[in-house]
Structure formats: C-alpha cells, structure tokens
Design a protein. Sequence first.
Length: 169
Amino acid sequence: MTSSSTPGLARFNTLADEDAATALHEVCASAAWGAALREGRPYPTADALLEASDTATAALTADDLAEAMAGHPPIGRPKEGDPVSSREQRGMAGASEDLKAEMLELNLAYQERFGHVFLICATGATGEQMRDALIARTGNTPERERAIVRTELGKINRIRLTRLVTEGA
C-alpha cells in the first residue's frame, strides 16, 4: 500500500461511527480493535491506518483476541455465503476430499488443544501449506501459539483493511 491517501480511505474517514463500526467488524470481530481504529480517525494515509491496526492488534487482551478469532471460520470450512472467507481460503477450494477430511480432523485436534479455531493468514496459501502449518503449530505451547495467532490476525487485518480502503468502505 502506498503512503498517500486514497478515495476509499477518505470515505472510511468520513463514515458515520455506526457505519465505520460495521465496516471494521467485517475486518476484525474484536470490538476493542474496531473502537481503537474508529477513535483514530481521520487517518492521513493508508499506512497510518495500517500502523494503527498493528498497534490495536498488539494491545488486544486475551478476551479481545478470543473475540477476534471467533469471527473466523475453520480452515477448509469458509462461512457459507461469505465471499471474504471463501476468497481467503481459496487454497482449500480445489483440495482433495482426503485433504479436506484431514483438515477437519486436524482442526478439531487443534481446537481441543488450544480452545479456539486455528487462525492463519490463508491468502495465497495452498491447502497443503495450511495443513503443514496446522500440524506444526499443534505442537506449540499455548503461549507460543497465542503469539503466532496475534501475528496471523495482524496480517489478516492488514489485508482486509487494504481491501477496504482500496475497494471502498
């Protein structure tokens, strides 16, 4: 993203608070994250918005992080009728039935171990890459996994915010 302002950023900056809250909730389900970004408006540049997102993501409490993760469907099972989760999980669209079944089993084991959905920035990743990451991360300590989840959430939020301010709010 460039450091200049875009028409989409200008629209975002001038949205009514309720409309901005709705748009930001589509990016990240954490109310605290959304409130932090709304309070920072207007942003002079798209980069400033992304930096504010990074700061807000880093500041999420454990409960805020859980709320954010609850807004993400499991890998391999995008929300029906949701073009965002379908686009982000495109790498699983052509996966074999065997890989889909394996992902379901691995997702369940991960959720049982950590108590939340496996979160990965899936944009551009193949089904096999997501599976391999899921297998590798299941062995993490809960503390290490929380740190990785926060990083992955930050990547997802950046991609979605970039889309928001380039495609319009």
